[in-house]
Each structure stands twice: as C-alpha cells, then as structure tokens.
Write a new protein. Structure first.
Lengths: 187, 186
C-alpha cells in the first residue's frame, strides 16, 4: 500500500466553488480506478475550521504501483491537473496499514491528516509499532470511516490519515472537507 | 514495483576493505528475502550504498519498519535517509545470467513524455553487457532515476554516478513488473 497527496494552494480570494464544481463534474472518473484503494477529494477553505488558506489537496491510498503509474504519467488523469493547475510536488508514503472504522457504511464528510516526525537517529521499529497501536485505537472510535498509517523514510515522518463521517475531534490534525470519495476496483 | 536507496560515506582514511569484508559476510542474508526483486550492494571511493527494487510493498514495509533487517543496520551504523522511488519500468538484458560487476545511477528531471526514456530502456535490454535496467520516478521532486547493472564495466558514454557492485541479492528479480509489462500484456 502507498499513500500519496498533492496540495494545490489557491489564492485567498479564489472562488472555491470552481473546485467544488470540478469535483462534482469529474470526481467519478477515479471511481473504480485500477489499483486504487481510495481517493478522497479534499479541500481546505480559508476561514473554515481554522484554515488560513484555500487549498485543493486530494489524498490517495493505492494497492499497487501500476495504478499510480497509470494515473501519474500513463494518461490516467493527472495530466488534467497538470494542464489546468500546474504540476505540484506529489508526496508519497509507504503504507503500513489501513483499517475500517465503525462507521464504514456511511459516507465520510471530513478528513484529518497528522504528520509526526520519528525522532532522529532512533530505530524506526518502536515508533512505528506505537503508531500502529494508536491506529487500532482510532479505528474503534465512533465517527471513523477508515484510518490509515504510512511512513516517509526519506524524512522519517509518520502520517496518520483518517476519514470521518462527522465533525472530527480537536487535535486530530489538519482538517479537510471531503467533496467526494472514490473507491477503486475490487482486488 | 518500488525502489529504495541509501548511502553512507566513510572518512577518507577509513579502511574500505573492512566494509568489503562486511558485505561478504552479510550480503548473502538478503539472497532469499521474500518480496525483494534485488538488492545491489554498491561501493565507490569511500561511499557504500544499497539500491533495492521491491515487487512486494508489504515485504518492503516489513523490512524497513520491522524488527529485523533495516533495524539491524540502524543499530549498527545509524539511521540513513532512505530515498524511495516509484518503479516505472524494468527490463532484463543479455547478461542476466552473469554476476554484474558495475552499476550506474543517473538522475534527471522527469520529462512530460516518458516514451523516449522507455524506448532507451528497451534498447538497453537488447545489449549483451546489460544485466538489468530500470526506470524509477519521484513525483515529489519530479525526478527520474535510471539504474543499470552492467556485466563488467559501465560504458564510457553512460551518464551519472558509477559504482562497483560488491554483491547482488536477486531472489525475486523475475517478479519485477513495470508499465511496459502491463501495456504489452493488453
């Protein structure tokens, strides 16, 4: 499993309805995408949920790299982003686990992302195990659609990503509104 | 398919024969590692490095974040920065059955059109002195890395960093797949 996200920060006076409409019109293009687990179409809106910025920041979980290849440079969708909004840096993480929560049958409305550095020089095993334990606890929390853990071994950072069917609790990380959730092809 | 790479530079006066002895000792421990396509143990001057191609991401995560494997290296020599790259394409060359002695690693900006790079990779695969050639990409910094294992030496016109291959563990090298394999299968 791999996690991936790009963040397109938009001008402060940008009409976010343009992004909402884009997702309404095109969001279903990644429904059933080969190799995809989930793609959450996320935005942050200036002045909402303490966000200082307007941003379009979709978050992906992939089952295999063939799907990522097809999407990024195989004519599978990312070309549209590049031609309309420019080519952003795409962060990618090695997946550790993705667990369904108690509300897995309800559509998620919000997402949170929390990035946590793994302390310098230490063996990553301990921090990853501890994070996995917190992942299991979060997966049991009411309001959780699903929750995932991944690692960037270049910067040695953990990323916790959670989809919520209700307002996320405070302290869960950066908040996003979910405009659409695409589920990929079945395994 | 996914690639990982890290390196470690030793002081100029370090006896690199100690490093070579260590690779002779520990290199074979990865020879049958499940989920690994190959691991190349590389050396150039006072720098040692490891380039991996994985076919199974679960095994890769277990190696880097689990109890054994990478954790042993961290305990012995500290935690390096691990570059991670998305595998794009891979091809065997005419020297697949030989033990490769040299390797080259070339990093360029990722072009919008990958076709010329894919064609060049196919060309490498037709050479008798190439063991394996692979393309991997980093969409965060939009870079493309070409890694080639050569039977004897890296040709003079090949660009990028050159390494001596001290050991190659290649338990799942035939399991590696890229976009050209998917495309050719359609």
């Amino acid at each position: 499993m791999y996690a991936m996200q790009y963040e397109l920060t938009l001008p402060a006076d940008y009409d976010m309805e343009i992004i909402r409409k884009r997702v309404r019109d095109r969001g279903d293009r990644t429904d059933g995408f080969p190799g995809l687990d989930i793609k959450a179409y996320l935005i942050r809106e200036r002045g909402t949920d303490e966000s200082p910025i307007n941003q379009y920041a979709p978050f992906y979980l992939w089952r295999d790299t063939e799907g990522m290849n097809q999407f990024l440079w195989g004519g599978g969708g990312f070309g549209g982003i590049v031609s309309d909004l420019g080519r952003p840096p795409v962060r990618h993480w090695t997946g550790v686990d993705h667990l369904p929560g108690p509300d897995h049958t309800t559509e998620p409305v919000a997402a949170t992302k929390h990035i946590e550095p793994i302390p310098a020089l230490v063996d990553p095993t301990g921090p990853v195990d501890a994070a996995r334990e917190r992942l299991r606890e979060r997966a049991a929390q009411p309001g959780v659609y699903s929750t995932a853990l991944a690692v960037d071994p270049e910067r040695w950072e953990l990323v916790h990503f959670t989809l919520w069917t209700e307002n996320p609790p405070t302290g869960a990380g950066t908040r996003y509104e979910v405009l659409h959730l695409s589920r990929g092809s079945e395994q | 398919m996914y690639a990982t790479y890290y390196d470690r530079t030793f002081p100029a006066d370090h006896d690199m024969d100690l490093v070579r002895d260590r690779v002779v000792e520990v290199g074979p421990s990865m020879d049958e590692h499940r989920g690994l396509g190959f691991k190349a143990y590389l050396i150039r001057d006072n720098q040692v490095s490891s380039f991996y191609l994985w076919h199974d991401p679960v095994a890769m995560a277990a190696f880097f974040f689990g109890e054994s494997g990478f954790a042993d290296l961290v305990r012995n020599s500290g935690r390096p920065t691990v570059e991670h790259w998305l595998g794009v394409a891979v091809t065997p060359g005419g020297a697949r059955d030989d033990q490769p002695r040299a390797a080259a690693r070339r990093i360029t900006a990722l072009p919008h059109d990958l076709e010329p790079e894919l064609a060049a990779l196919t060309e490498l695969g037709s050479r008798p002195d190439v063991h394996t050639a692979a393309l991997v990409a980093d969409p965060k910094n939009w870079r493309l890395l070409r890694f080639v294992l050569w039977a004897n030496e890296v040709p003079a016109d090949e660009q990028g960093e050159r390494f001596e291959v001290m050991h190659l563990s290649a338990p799942g090298i035939t399991e590696l797949r890229g976009i050209t394999d998917v495309r050719d299968a359609v």
